[in-house]
Design a protein around this ligand. Structure first.
Ligand SMILES: [Zn+2]
Length: 75
């Protein structure tokens, strides 16, 4: 799964504030994500985050050529 800084991830389980979309602040072995509803931040290891993700919504990229590329839950 390709997750980059600036992407929006939609999680399977909504945050208690009601939002289910999180913005990726930091990517790597660990991820830092910020709730779009209340601004709460979470640190998660990649496998833990990938398990919770329903959908990845790519953020604005400068000059990316992969527009329209499908994001699925494969390997
Ligand atoms: Zn929240």
């Amino acid at each position: 799964m390709n997750i980059q800084v600036g992407d929006i991830v939609r999680l399977k389980k909504p945050h208690p504030c009601g939002a289910s979309e999180w913005r990726v602040l930091r990517a790597g072995a660990d991820f830092r994500i910020e709730c779009r509803g209340c601004g709460h931040q979470l640190m998660l290891a990649r496998p833990a985050l990938e398990k919770r993700i329903r959908e990845v919504i790519p953020g604005e990229k400068s000059g990316g050529a992969a527009a329209g590329e499908a994001v699925t839950g494969g390997t």
